[in-house]
Every structure is written in structure tokens, then in C-alpha cells.
Design a protein around this ligand. Sequence first.
Ligand code: NAD
Length: 503
Amino acid sequence: MSVLTENIARAESYLAKFRERGVLNHIGGASVPALSGETFETISPVDLKPLASVAKGGADDIDRAVAAAEEAFKTWSKTPGKERRAILIKVAEAIEARAEEIALTECMDTGQALRFMSKAALRGAANFRFFADQAPTAEDGQALRTPTQMNVTSRRPIGPVGVITPWNTPFMLSTWKIAPALAAGCTVVHKPAEFSPMTAKLLVEIAEAAGLPKGVLNLVNGFGEDAGRALTEHPGIKAIAFVGESRTGSMIMAQGAKTLKRVHFELGGKNPVIVFDDADLERAVDAATFMIYSLNGERCTSSSRLLVQESIYDAFTTKVAEVANRIKIGHPLDPETVVGPLIHPVHEKKVLSYFEKAREEGATIAAGGEKTSDDGCFVKPTLFTNATKDMAVAQEEIFGPVLTAIPFKDEEEALAIANGVEYGLAAYLWTADLDRAIRMTDALDAGMMWVNSENVRHLETPFGGVKASGIGRDGGDWSFDFYMETVNVCFPRAEHTIPKLGG
Ligand code: NAD
């Protein structure tokens, strides 16, 4: 039996329970259907066949989930940080113990290749460990003294929060939001993406089996315009942590305005990788191709614009095209596969439309630019060359294994092209000149920059974007600032003058 056949059989054994029972909501510790009884199908992009029926939650289900989160908040927010830490570490261990199940389920639901997904489950566990360790000190603050007064700051959990996640690496991404919220003492209502609902259900089951009290984490499946919208409008929800498209972010901001929702947004990107002719070109080729062709290019920090200095443009893009042409496309559970099927035919249609746009706009398709088969959403790793900065393929987030290469003359032009988009999430810079690296990183519009480096996430560092790429930062202590309210209490240190009125 080949490894692929074995993996498919194992995945089927994990999927069987979802095929039988469907993907239910999870509210107050119980697996429940939507109150309306309605469901929708989640399909696998591997063969476009249904994987399971999913509870189609709406405003009633959100009401129920928020009530459960409010009830649980009374106890969870008062549970000592050390106890919360111990429970969340158990959750991390339980995720590690079921990493294979999570990975295989997610590969079938999203089309992501197992070689990347096997690590994503473990990164989810790492998120739980990292934020758990901060739970005991999360409420600590500062003592700020004046000659007459002493101010003492502290933090307290903001309340039940809503977490709304997209379909790209959904398990790992959701832990990035849910873990710090729980560590801070908040309770959560999670609305995962309708294209990838399965591993969110695994997460809540794993967490409760590991000791997370009922109602602390609740799950409502459904569509953005009903379940998602209801969550963002609910007065019992104090903050919304959202990861998704920029235009959805602005809708959520409008929806949450009436209840003055605090928001944390991680949105789209059109991230440049800028390569100067003095760079280590071999490493730059490897880094640029990894960051666009791994995870199917369905990743917010993908290096989707390749800006190359004119003198090396032809040689560099030829090498990138060679890599793109060598990449193995195939079943996500084949250990050799790098690019699996895109998440869903709707998204595939969007990606394919950019192949047409590139042709119309006069770019050259130097690699890929087509589907490989009609059985699933398989699209070839693609490179557009001879592109100019104003083309749609150079401006819009395509969110697939599609790279647009644009030449530049000098630093000034590189900066103008890099900053000439609405987004500002990440930027990658390749140069041997340290002074230039400092000048460029000082001027680039991006929340995160990597110089001559691979994008490796270090959880202590801030993660987030500028411009249309987001509001707020994750990681380190920044996450706690979002999920907690900072309060200040002032005490007298000495007798001080209090003005007397009316006498
Ligand atoms: P999306 O915005 O379409 O959907 C994301 C989530 O929002 C889904 O759960 C959806 O149901 C929900 N939603 C949709 N409309 C809503 C509404 N009106 N009210 C409340 N919720 C609503 O995004 P997607 O297509 O699932 O994901 C891809 C996008 O996510 C890309 O733009 C990508 O760049 C972005 N992303 C950003 C980051 C980051 O860290 N900046 C990380 C991952 C993905």
C-alpha cells in the first residue's frame, strides 16, 4: 500500500464521525444542531464531493452561544491565572496527541498539503503553550508614582469575545486568537469559515476533554452574513477578533459600531519580496518561491509580488519559473505534494480569472497559468513576468500560488512600487547592503519585515499589518492588551491639596 493510500484510509477513519453525525455547533459543552435545523454541505476540494453536512447557525444560535459564554465568564474570569495556565497546557498536550487527526482532517477539508499541515497542528499547540504561560501574570500592571499620588494599573478580561476566522490554515489561525483570549480570562464564541468547519469542532472537543470548563469556548457554524453578522452585532460580545478579507473587516466595523465593539483585524496582503542585485540570489529564490508556492499561496503573508532589480530580472525570474515548473501538484495527503487543490471552486474561479486579466493586461505567463485537471481545484504554480505596478495582478490579492514579477531600477523605484498598493502586511528584503536595508525598512509600509530571512514566526514578536491589512497586533503581550481592559487606580502617597469649592 502506498503512503498516499494509507493516509487516505487514515483520513477516512477520522472523517467517518463527521460523515455520520455532521459537523454540529458546540454550545455550553453540548454538541447541538442549529435551532432552525438547517445545514449546509462542506465539500473536499480534492474531488468536489461532500465531506459532511454542517449546522447552519443563525442569530438564535449566536444568542444561545453568547448566553453560555456570559455564564461561563463569571467563573473563568475569576479562575486564578495559574489554574487557567494548567488547563491550557493540558489543551496543548491534547492537541499534540491528536495532531495527526487534525492534520489529515484539515488537509481533506481545505486541500492544503500534509507536509505543511502536519506542522500547523503542532503550531496550534505551541500557541496554547505560549499564551498559557502568560496567564498567571496577565493581570499585572505598573505602579506609576508622583510626589503625592501612586497610580496602580492592572488588567482585567474584557468579557465574552467573538472570534471569526477564515479558511486558510484554519486550525492554527483560530488557536492564535482563541488561546490568548482564554489565557486572558475571556470566554469565546467562535465562528469558523463556512468552507473549512471541521477542525474548529475538533478543537472545542479536544479542549473540553482536556479540562476546559463547558461554555468557555463555544462554536457556531454558519455563513458570514447571518451567524457572523449576528456575532458582531451582539451586545453581550465585547470584542471581535477577526481574520479575513479587508472588505469583510470594514463590514464588521460597521456592524459592530452600534454596540461600540472593540476590533482586532488581520486582513489581506499583497506583500512584496524585493531583491537587489547584491543579494544572495540562491537564497532569495528559495525564500521567494517558498513564500508564494507553499500552503497553496493561500496565506496572508505570502510574497505575492516579486520586485527584482533590472540588472538581474531576467536571470532571477527564469530561476523562479524553473522552480514553479518543478513543484509537485497533487493529492494533499501525498507526502511529495507541495501544491494541493485550492479551497473551493468559488475561490478557484477567482484565481483563474487573474490568468485572463494578466493576459489582457499584457503580462507574460512565464509558468503555470492553468488548471491541471477538472476533478478538483488544482491550479499550477504560476509566474507572471513583464508586469507593471498598476496591473490588477500587481495590485489585488489573488490568494493562490500566483506570483507577479515587476522590475525596478533603484531603491526609490522599489519603494514606490512596494508601497503603491492598498495593503501593508509584510515585506521581504534581499540585499547585502546594511545601510540600504535600514533605509528601506524605515520607509516600507508594512507591519512586519524580514531582511535576508525566511518568514519564521516568533511568538514574542508583534504580528499584524498597516493600511488595509489590519488593526492591532497579535503575539507577545499585544494579544493581552486586546483581550483585556487596562484600569488605573490612584492612591494618595501624601497629604495633597484638594480644592475647596463654594466656601
Ligand atoms: P472572508 O473575509 O471572506 O471570511 C472570513 C470570515 O468572515 C468567515 O468566517 C466568514 O464567514 C466571515 N464573514 C464574512 N462576512 C461576514 C460579515 N458580514 N460579518 C461577520 N463575519 C463575516 O475571508 P476568507 O476568504 O475566508 O479568507 C481569506 C482572507 O483572509 C484573505 O484576504 C487573507 O489575506 C486574509 N487573512 C489574513 C491574515 C492576516 O493575518 N492578516 C491571515 C489569514 C488570512
